[in-house]
Write a protein that binds this ligand. Sequence first.
Ligand code: FAD
Length: 382
Amino acid sequence: MKRVAVVGASLAGVRAAQELRAQGYDGGIVLIGAEAHLPYDRPPLSKGFLAGTASRESLDLLDTGDLASLALDFRLGVAATALDPAERRVRLSDGTSVHADGVVIATGGRARTLPGFEGAHVLRTVDDALALRAALVPGVRVAVVGAGFIGAEVASTCRSLGLDVVVLEALDAPLAPVLGPSLAAVCARLHLDHGTDLRCGVQVTGISPAGVSLASGSVVPADVVVTGVGMTPSTEWLAGSGLRVGNGVHTDEGLVTELPSVVAVGDVARYGGRRHEHWTNASEQAPVAVANLLAGHTARTYTPSGYVWSDQYSGTLQLAGHPRPDDTVSFVDGDPSAASFVATFSRDGVTVGVFAWNNAKLFNRLRRQALRRPESQPAVQG
Ligand SMILES: Cc1cc2nc3c(=O)[nH]c(=O)nc-3n(C[C@H](O)[C@H](O)[C@H](O)COP(=O)(O)OP(=O)(O)OC[C@H]3O[C@@H](n4cnc5c(N)ncnc54)[C@H](O)[C@@H]3O)c2cc1C
């Protein structure tokens, strides 16, 4: 393999490039990124960077040493517009194309938008974060639509800036489909304890200069509106490539698409029917995807850890495993009203998840003991 094109210059793309070198690949790597910036990390965008406590440089995923040792051919500020497998080419928005023997799809996604919310802020890119930060001047009233991880973090950061915040959530409790009712109630209480006006079970219909309109006919006054309602995988550029797309790029359990020379990683990868939108997943997939790309077939399968963290208000929430909302939740240390606690999820007597609030030590121990997972497995041939 003489040249690999990595499409998407963010976490998953960078990890794939690093992994190519770590696994001994010494051919060319073209890293194509639609954003004009060198690769940067997104989690701080809703936390320290939005609050103004983390610098722009601290977001960088690669330092000068990495840049020198990886020897990447960057194409930044240009989007891939098509993948032509017959010609082994990735076509770019500036009219050029890249010939590549292997392709890593790492195009992640963009913030979902809601009809009627044109002009509202979203938070996916550093430019989004800069625009939102500029709007968060003293005295503005902020409305956040969606109390998922990003919505909750934006609300929490805005409260730390002393702003009035209302969070509008369609579900009965934040994150209930992920955490189940008892832990969702803990997340709801966190908002209320920190002075955020959390309103659940509300349907929003749009924005006006007055604020956010609700299906009930009332208007929630707001000067700044942020929607945090998930992301849409960026797969449009793959139309006509013959690859199966739909809520992500479909791959097998080894992150390999129908074409052995094309793998997918990160938020965009839909492997074996699942897709994750978490930092650790995007990072952990690269070794498996790259090993399979270099092998030319699915030699290894990916086993996700299901790890996610979120910083909200006074602490850090951590979750590992693959819990379902109907699993049994047991508090193994502390209780949900405490400043720190740890809980497990179990199903049919087996621990399937661990959740912690401000107790990383016990979380990590339980995670290691109870959720021991096989490392990436050799694929079963046949
Ligand atoms: C504000 C925020 C906070 C977060 N906080 C946490 C957290 O606390 N914990 C956690 O576990 N996870 C968090 N995440 C999620 C985590 O950042 C993502 O899972 C991770 O960024 C996924 O990386 P990725 O490389 O797969 O995709 P992305 O980061 O989406 O990157 C994809 C890149 O591909 C580019 N691209 C798209 N289409 C094209 C194209 N056609 N051609 C070229 N380039 C293209 C995009 O411009 C983008 O730069 C957060 C995400 C956000 C947005």
